[in-house]
Design a protein around this ligand. Structure first.
Ligand code: DON
Length: 304
């Protein structure tokens, strides 16, 4: 039996004092206020045991990690038709780059870059009765936790400075790959990114990617093929132009957010979330990546 609690405690104490923690995202002004010294880790194993260290119970902005959850709700609802509007190839570009979008006629490279997530948001806006509420409700059901919510301040902060996303949405619209009103889709997207969770809640939300599509309570949200596809996308696209590095160092499907969170899974074994707000140059949590590298090295567990 692997002693996850001991390993997580060790990782936390090895990283807590590291001086270079990276830089907190500042392009969303509300995120610039977060204390860079926070460090939380939570691991939920396949039989539902929970292991925590550090600030694992503090809420943070999940940001791009929400893209995996919006994709899941969309994929469960619409099936393989979604791949007509968004591709499944790694971009090798930063999360907010637009160049490939123009080059490839408005079909985003994958659903985990911003342009792809905007297309997914558009599909949800088309098919959900009350899009923002219904998406939040999906996450609350996955986690069995009604306390999870949007942070309106963060959503508004991003709306006020979200020029690149506004440009991306307009570009998608010009190619006919956004069916709804640009502002409505952006409003949905900024809200999905503003959702706050702690490491434990997010590890619960990602439990289904480790557990063949079933959440902790046993309800099935995705079939096995859909889980395979989403995990493949996380592995190849979850860290943008650092996806190779994450696979190389950590060896797990995962997804980062500029709030400093990383969620990752080892299918049939565990779901794990780290939170450290300082980011590296590619916009991924600096200590979070190091913590997960240590986890897969110390446990000798990874998908490889
Ligand atoms: O669209 C944005 O720029 C943010 N709401 C989310 C970006 C993000 O989290 C990228 N991930 N590492």
């Amino acid at each position: 039996m692997i002693d996850y609690q001991h390993i997580i405690n060790t990782i936390h104490s090895e990283l807590k004092g590291v001086e270079d923690k990276g830089n907190v995202a500042s392009y969303i002004p509300e995120l610039a206020k977060i204390d860079p010294n926070k460090l939380g880790i939570h691991l939920t194993d396949s039989i539902g045991n929970h292991y925590s260290a550090g600030n694992a119970d503090e809420l943070f902005s999940i940001q791009s990690i929400s893209k995996v959850l919006s994709l899941s709700q969309c994929f469960a609802m619409l099936g393989n038709s979604i791949w007509e509007r968004v591709d499944v190839e790694p971009s090798g570009d930063p999360f907010n780059h637009l160049s490939l979008l123009e080059f490839e006629n408005g079909i985003p490279r994958n659903p985990l870059i911003n342009a792809g997530a905007l297309v997914v948001a558009d599909m949800l806006v088309s098919h959900l009765e009350n899009p923002k509420e219904d998406f939040l409700d999906f996450i609350r059901r996955l986690t069995d936790d009604d306390t999870i919510g949007f942070n309106e301040k963060v959503a508004n902060s991003e709306k006020e400075t979200g020029y690149t996303n506004i440009a991306a949405a307009n570009l998608l619209k010009s190619y006919g790959n956004l069916k709804n009103d640009v502002d409505e889709v952006l409003d949905f997207y900024f809200h999905q990114c503003s959702i706050e969770m702690n490491c434990r809640q997010l590890a619960n939300a990602f439990y289904m990617f480790m557990n063949n599509g079933k959440c902790q309570k046993g309800k099935k949200y995705l079939d096995i093929t859909q889980v395979k596809r989403i995990n493949a996308l996380m592995l190849t696209c979850g860290f943008y132009d650092e996806a190779g590095e994450f696979a190389f160092e950590v060896g797990l499907p995962g997804k980062s957010g500029v709030g400093g969170g990383i969620a990752a899974v080892l299918p049939n074994n565990f779901s794990v979330v780290t939170w450290s707000p300082g980011l590296n140059k590619k916009g991924n949590s600096k200590l979070g990546m190091q913590a997960l590298e240590k986890l897969t090295t110390k446990t000798t567990q990874s998908i490889f």
